[in-house]
Design a protein around this ligand. Structure first.
Ligand code: ADP
Ligand code: ADP
Length: 231
């Protein structure tokens, strides 16, 4: 479960201050898929950077299964960050590594032994439907397949939270549907899934609940059907 409390990020921009995030609070329980939707400039990228602590929030807290990332020191922060699997718009794979090596990369970083790495990579490639592509290179795969590899890699360290940042913005409609179906199929009781997007059809198709971000604030939040009916 991920809990965000009163998250604020203030930038100063040529002498004036911009509240990119202005008191954002939300909870995504394990087992659920939550969408955050907002137009350009709403604060989505800032939220992604603050949730992952790539950027330090001005105030507020981000807690994952009870661990407050904003209070963690370097060591604790590094391991806490592994509790979040991140999937970007583009998979950003290593071109010179095979699909299996790309998926296993996070496990190399934590020095998992080769046998465990192989078992995990095989399991994940099966889950994303790429068991046959393990020895291929990224350039040999379609955009949708590369996105699947990115998703498998994000799951390598068994994260508690899977965070998607505009996961389908670079994909055509058919591939988008394929990737969205995959996201739904990844649902487990332990995993909290957060999807940040500007595309309402993505939220409508896969999310249980949704928050509307505008001007750095959440202006609507609730079960999908309720929020959609209020729009
Ligand atoms: P979105 O991803 O929804 O398009 P952003 O998080 O990029 O929104 O931006 C939210 C607001 O914060 C915008 O007004 C943007 O100009 C401002 N902003 C974002 N990043 C910075 C930064 N590094 N420095 C100054 N202002 C920023
Ligand atoms: P994306 O297109 O991925 O949402 P953005 O265009 O929001 O990304 O931001 C790209 C980069 O530019 C980020 O590192 C962000 O911090 C920075 N940035 C965004 N808006 C501003 C701004 N108004 N002033 C300064 N830097 C900004």
């Amino acid at each position: 479960m991920i809990t965000v409390t009163d998250l604020t990020k203030v930038y100063s921009q040529g002498g004036r201050t911009v509240h990119a995030l202005d008191g954002v609070s939300l909870t995504v329980p394990s087992g659920s898929i939550h969408g955050i939707i907002g137009h350009s400039g709403a604060g989505k990228s800032t939220l992604v950077r603050c949730l992952t602590m790539l950027d330090k929030p001005t105030s507020g807290t981000v807690t994952i299964n009870g661990v407050d990332l904003t209070a963690a020191r370097a060591d604790a922060l590094r391991s806490a960050r592994r509790r979040i699997g991140l999937v970007f718009q583009q998979a950003n794979l290593f071109d010179s590594r095979t699909i299996a090596q790309n998926v296993g990369y996070p496990l190399e970083i934590v020095k998992a032994d080769a046998a465990r790495r192989k078992a995990k990579v095989d399991e994940l490639l099966g889950r994303v439907g790429l068991a046959d592509a393990s020895n291929a290179y990224p350039a040999q795969l379609s955009g949708g397949m590369r996105q699947r590899v990115g998703i498998a890699r994000a799951l390598a360290t068994d994260p508690d939270v899977l965070l998607f940042d505009e996961p389908t913005s670079a994909l055509d409609p058919r591939t988008t549907d394929e990737v969205l179906d995959l996201i739904v199929s990844l649902r487990t009781p332990e995993l909290a899934v957060l999807v940040i997007t500007h595309e309402m059809h993505v939220v409508k198709r896969i999310c249980d609940s949704v928050s509307l971000l505008e001007g750095g604030r959440i202006i609507e939040s609730g079960p999908l059907t309720e929020v959609v009916s209020r729009l």
